[in-house]
Ligand binder design. Sequence first.
Ligand code: ADP
Ligand code: MG
Length: 382
Amino acid sequence: MNLDLAVLDAFRGLTGGDPEGIWRAPGRINLIGEHTDYNDGFVLPFALPQAAYLAASRRDDNRIRIVSVDLGERFETDLADLAPNHDGWHAYLAGVFWALREAGHDVGGADLALASDVPIGAGLSSSAAIECVLVEALNDLYDLGIDPMARAVLARRTENGYVGAPTGLMDQAASMLCTAGHALFLDCRSLSVDQVPLDPGAHGRAILVVDTGTRHSHAGGEYATRRADCEQAARELGVPALRDVAADGLDERLAGLSDERLVRRARHVITENDRVLQACAALRRDDFAALGELMTASHASMRGDYEITEESVDLTVQTALDAGATGARMTGGGFGGCVLVLAPVESLGAITAAVTTAFVDSGRSAPATFVARPSAGAGRLN
Ligand code: ADP
Ligand code: MG
C-alpha cells in the first residue's frame, strides 16, 4: 500500500475522521563532505525517494495523539507534560511541539498518523524525516509562517534538545530544503545553501546505495576523538576551525602540527571541504567522471587519513570500482553503513552482482541495494 494511503487509513482508525492534510519529508544521503560539518565546512546531501508520511489534524485541546503504522504503536500525551530527554520513537515527534513552543510558536494539540519507508538506523536519517514532516505539518496547520531553514533548525533542536542526540544540521536541512534533481550545498558555518543540479539519470548514470549492514558499536567514541583531534589541529594552526585552512600548499601548512595523527586528520577535513567545492563545480558542468574521481578520492581520504572505514565498506568500494563504477565512497559517520556508487546505468547489474558475490564469498550476508534518485524535500501532499 502507498504510504499516503497507509497514514490516511491509520488516521481514520485513530480519530474516526479524515485528516486536515497529509505531508511528506524524505530521508537523505550525503553525496560528499564527510566529517566536515563540525569543522564549519561544507556538505552536499540529497533527498531520497524514501520518506516519512504524516496525516495530521489540529485539536482544540492540548492533547497530542500519535499512531506509528510501522511500529503498530500509539502514544498520547499533553502539551503541558512535554520535557526533554524522553526515550522512545515518540520523542522525535513530541519533541517537535516542545521545540516550537520553546521558540515561542503558538501550537496546540494534534492527531497524527505516521508511516515511513526510510530504513531506521541505516544512516539515511529516518529521524530527521519524521521530525521534519511534523514541523512541516504544524507550520501549515497552525499557520506559523516559519521559513524553511528555520524549520530545519527547529527539527534539529528537537533532536539535540529533546531527544538528546548531538547531531549537526545536515540531516534536517536536507530533508527540509532539497529539491528533486538537485543536491543541497550547505555551508555549515553561514548556513547558506545552494541547489546544485544532480540528475545522473539524464546522463546515463545512476547512484546506487549499498547498505553493507555493518554497524559499529564504537562509532560514538571514535566520533568524539576525531572531533577532539580536529579542534586541537585548528588550535595549533591558529584558526577558528579547519574550514579556515586553504587546501593549496597543505603539506607545508600542516608540517608544524604536534602529532602526525593530527596532520592526517586535518588533511582529510581540509581536502574533503575542497572536494565538496570541486564536486559542485563538476555537477554544474555535468562532469560525472570528475564527480566519480572526487568520490573515490574522498573514500581514500576517509580510509587512510581519517581512519573511519572498515572492511565491508572498503570491500564494497573496491569491488564496485573493479566492476565498472565511475566512483564510490562510504557515506555517513563511518565504521560501516552505506556506500554510494556512481555508475553508468548499464553497469548497475554487474556491479550489484559483483558486490553481492564478494560479500557472500567473504561470509557476509548479501547487502541491501537501491538506486537513489535525488528527490524533493518536505512538503504537503494534499
Ligand atoms: P537514523 O540514522 O535512521 O536517523 P536514528 O537513530 O537517528 O537513526 O533515528 C532512528 C529512530 O527514529 C528510531 O529508533 C525511532 O525512534 C525513530 N523513527 C524513525 N522512523 C520511525 C518510524 N517510521 N516510526 C517510528 N519511529 C521512527
Ligand atoms: Mg538520525
